[in-house]
Design a protein around this ligand. Structure first.
Ligand SMILES: Cc1cc2nc3c(=O)[nH]c(=O)nc-3n(C[C@H](O)[C@H](O)[C@H](O)COP(=O)(O)OP(=O)(O)OC[C@H]3O[C@@H](n4cnc5c(N)ncnc54)[C@H](O)[C@@H]3O)c2cc1C
Length: 158
């Protein structure tokens, strides 16, 4: 049973739904629960072997960030080529390990960069304590992420 309650607040953070559009989520490709069911290590559809999904649309744990997509697209490209050339994914193909990253803005000029994977252990890209707020992660968030996405990821270089 649920009831409506009113709670005072001075700051609210609302998370938008992270799921496939209904056209996909409710189609035969979708799980009926809003995502596309894929094997989480290969990102290959559980039923249709010539279909792959990545990003917010994919029914995998965590991984709903652009940082996850940055790791996932290389897995998908590799597996897609394997399926097109041989009809299957060899065990030697690299698997997605659940990497995700959250830049947590703690103040103007400071960010904590939480990088982790399905083990929930920190997997920092540089050996710096991820529990510390840092100016360099602020610079990354404010100035580098957008060009990295546009010029790096979209051209397959980042
Ligand atoms: C406020 C906010 C802040 C975030 N900050 C970060 C961050 O700092 N770092 C980070 O890594 N991630 C961040 N994320 C998460 C990140 O933006 C998403 O995980 C990422 O964009 C997912 O990429 P995607 O390609 O799967 O989906 P999307 O980027 O949502 O792309 C899906 C595209 O499909 C289009 N589309 C939808 N329906 C249809 C249709 N029927 N026909 C055709 N096109 C359609 C949409 O218009 C959209 O362009 C943030 C998200 C939000 C909302």
């Amino acid at each position: 049973m649920s009831e409506d309650v009113q709670i005072p607040y001075d700051f609210i953070h609302i998370t938008p739904p992270m799921k496939a559009p209904d056209e996909i989520g409710n189609s035969k490709l979708g799980s009926g629960r809003g995502w596309v069911p894929v094997k989480k290590e290969t990102l290959q559809h559980v039923k249709y072997k010539n279909v792959f999904a990545l990003g917010d649309i994919a029914a995998i744990p965590m991984g709903k960030t652009g940082g996850s997509v940055r790791k996932q697209y290389k897995i998908v490209v590799n597996n897609l080529i394997s399926v097109m050339e041989t009809g299957k994914i060899p065990k030697s193909n690299k698997e997605y390990a659940g990497y995700t990253v959250c830049p947590l803005i703690t103040n103007i000029g400071t960010v904590m960069l939480a990088e982790f994977n399905w083990t929930n252990k920190p997997v920092p890209m540089v050996p710096l304590d991820p529990t510390q707020e840092r100016y360099i992660w602020w610079l990354l968030k404010v100035y580098l992420l957008k060009p990295m996405t546009i010029y790096g990821m979209l051209s397959g270089k980042a």
